[in-house]
Write a protein that binds this ligand. Structure first.
Ligand code: CA2
Length: 148
């Protein structure tokens, strides 16, 4: 059984730790990737970690994951609230999907309260800072356990 997990990050998350630390904290995306890699090793998972500002690249990685991954965590960033295309791609992925938001989107502007991705996600983590990525990995490890 595959132990490969994808973690995908949407637009502007390359600026994590460099702008708006009052909302998104001080950790950079490289820090998040480093911590996720350490946890993945501990959990016996393999990891592919990507970020893009382009919607089609996120969609292409979801397609790539379809045949080889046992789970996927995604912080779609602004695409969360706008992208039927990302939702459609996720609907073709037959393994656990966890949606991650660093901030508590429900405490913010109303347009952030709607998520297309939540229509597919098996779990949603919001407002736990960058720790949310690790929580998502732990949940995927649990859900991806082979049943007896
Ligand atoms: O809270 C989250 O993780 C979000 O997905 C982040 C998105 C936002 O559009 C969502 O509503 C909630 C924004 C990502 C932009 O990331 C930045 C990080 C640092 C500085 C500037 C932008």
């Amino acid at each position: 059984m595959s132990r490969l997990v994808y973690i995908l990050n949407g637009p502007n998350l390359n600026l994590l730790g460099k702008r708006q630390p009052h909302i998104y904290g001080h950790e950079t995306l490289a820090d998040v990737e480093r911590d996720c890699r350490a946890l993945a090793t501990e959990l016996g998972l393999e990891l592919r970690f990507h970020q893009s500002n382009r919607e089609y690249e996120i969609i292409d990685w979801i397609h790539e994951a379809r045949d080889i991954a046992c789970g996927l965590a995604i912080n779609p960033a602004a695409f969360t609230h706008t992208s039927v295309a990302v939702l459609d791609a996720l609907n073709t992925f037959d393994h656990p999907v966890i949606e991650v938001h660093i901030s508590n989107v429900h405490k913010r502007e109303e347009f952030r309260h709607r998520s297309f991705v939540s229509l597919r996600a098996d779990g949603v983590i919001a407002g736990c800072g960058t720790l949310g990525y690790q929580l998502a990995l732990r949940r995927i490890a649990q859900l991806a356990q082979p049943t007896a």
